[in-house]
Design a protein around this ligand. Structure first.
Ligand SMILES: Cc1cc2nc3c(=O)[nH]c(=O)nc-3n(C[C@H](O)[C@H](O)[C@H](O)COP(=O)(O)O)c2cc1C
Length: 169
């Protein structure tokens, strides 16, 4: 499958089959994060793989537990390591976003579903996972075998047109 087709196949999955993911598949997805580019190649990320149902319940929105995600990957940024531009801008968010996108695509390629989540209680996660002050949870990524699918042509309807988002100068 070419990369654009894979990108169109990936979708946010909010309902999963109640079965675990094989370890080698989880490792495949995590490897996709490992090879992601980052500012100055600093790789200021940590990925915490949470598989315990009770712990998932404590860190993620209620629907994730109800959706029966097999695991939640907590993608964190280490603000002590992150590259800063001369004006002080910390690039953690960008670096972690690229790594997470790699994971969503790798997961989709091997038949797994994911969903980006940024709406969560960062403090509760830091406490539950005993994160250091300089380590910020940036994205939660539930992952599992999807129990729902979306039309790969949906972007015709639910994305802006190129004309609306591109200008040629
Ligand atoms: C940065 C980011 C944050 C998101 N946060 C959430 C979230 O907190 N909860 C949720 O259900 N979906 C979340 N999403 C998923 C988006 O709603 C979804 O990607 C968008 O509606 C497009 O749908 P698709 O992923 O199926 O193509 C997030 C997506 C991104 C990229």
């Amino acid at each position: 499958m070419n990369v654009l087709s894979l990108m169109k196949q990936r979708c946010s999955v909010r309902k999963y089959e109640d079965r675990p993911i094989e370890r080698e598949k989880l490792l495949y997805v995590l490897e996709a994060a490992r090879v992601a580019p980052s500012a100055c190649n600093i790789q200021p990320w940590r990925f915490l793989v949470v598989q315990d149902r009770e712990r998932i319940r404590r860190i993620a929105p209620v629907w994730v537990t109800e959706a029966k995600a097999s695991a939640v990957i907590v993608a964190c940024g280490d603000h002590r390591q992150a590259w800063r531009r001369r004006d002080g801008k910390d690039h953690c968010d960008i670096d972690i976003a690229i790594a997470v996108d790699h994971m969503t695509l790798a997961a989709s390629e091997i038949g797994l579903g994911t969903c980006w989540i940024c709406s969560f209680d960062a403090f509760a996660i830091a406490v539950a996972l005993e994160l250091a002050d300089h380590v910020e949870p940036i994205v939660l990524l539930p992952i599992g075998y999807p129990a729902e699918s979306k039309d790969a042509n949906r972007h015709v309807r639910d994305r802006k047109l190129l004309d609306e988002i591109v200008s040629w100068r």
